[in-house]
Design a protein around this ligand. Structure first.
Ligand code: 13P
Length: 251
């Protein structure tokens, strides 16, 4: 059985004490969530050590939002996968559309990042998703196929077993415009089929594929009920502990 996962991507929100409080609130409510749901929070780099303390002994796992594409050395301002693993952090989000769009992250660069993260035994939440104009032109399947093939097809089966995929249509992120459950399911099924082309049906069936983009307590249940949707990568709603937990209770 593949894992059900609800992960909160805090993006560039909260200062450290707020992040610590939010993490504690989430831990406090986490008992309400069925035990087969993996809960993950992804605060900014500055928060990781303090949030790690707040999560200690709880069921909530810690993720970073990015890591460097280099191992170590003279790369001012970068944070390596090894540094993250030393916090310790268990997961890292890579390939988020905001990183691709605003920081020029290419598929080639993401291959490097993912390999470095996996080498440090981090699990990776790899994001894919089309822009509005790509969907309007009917190119979304091609875009997603390249994001999966040009990146994940460079991994071994063992490496792939540590990767979670998040489908986040760019037009649904922070816009209040959620993909319908039918639109999301269709893409999730396509992603799973694409993964199966390289890694086989069993591996594809074991891969968790999360939906992201204006996922909220009010729409999570319908999304999570879809056959190929294994949870959510939550932005805005993950900043309110009660909403994040309500989403995690929506399976
Ligand atoms: P929102 O939930 O704010 O739309 O963000 C989704 C997202 O980008 C999570 O990574």
């Amino acid at each position: 059985m593949r894992k059900k996962i609800v992960a909160g991507n805090w993006k560039m929100n909260t200062v450290v004490p707020q992040g610590e409080t939010l993490a504690k609130e989430i831990v406090g409510l986490s008992g309400e969530v069925p035990s087969d749901v993996t809960l993950i929070v992804a605060p900014p780099f500055t928060h990781l050590s303090r949030v790690a303390e707040a999560l200690k002994g709880s069921r909530v796992a810690l993720s970073a939002q990015n890591c460097a594409d280099k191992e170590s050395g003279a790369y001012t301002g970068e944070v390596s996968a090894k540094m993250l693993a030393s916090v310790p952090v268990e997961y890292v989000i890579l390939g988020h559309s905001e990183r691709r769009e605003y920081y020029g992250e290419t598929n080639a660069k993401l291959v490097e990042k993912i390999k470095l993260a996996l080498a440090e035994n981090l699990s990776v939440i790899y994001c894919v998703g089309e822009k509005l104009e790509e969907r309007e032109k009917g190119e979304h399947f091609n875009v997603i196929a390249s994001q999966v093939k040009e990146v994940l097809f460079n991994l071994t089966a063992e490496q792939m077993s540590k990767v979670v995929i998040a489908y986040e249509p760019v037009w649904a992120i922070g816009t209040g415009k959620t993909a319908t459950s039918a639109q999301a399911q269709e893409v999730h099924e396509f992603i799973r089929k694409t993964v199966a082309e390289k890694f086989g049906k069993d591996a594809a069936d074991q891969t968790s594929i999360l939906y992201g983009g204006s996922c909220k307590p009010g729409n999570a249940r319908e999304l999570f009920a879809c056959k190929d949707i294994d949870g959510g990568l939550i932005g805005g709603a993950s900043l309110v502990a009660g909403d994040f937990i309500a989403i995690a209770k929506s399976f």
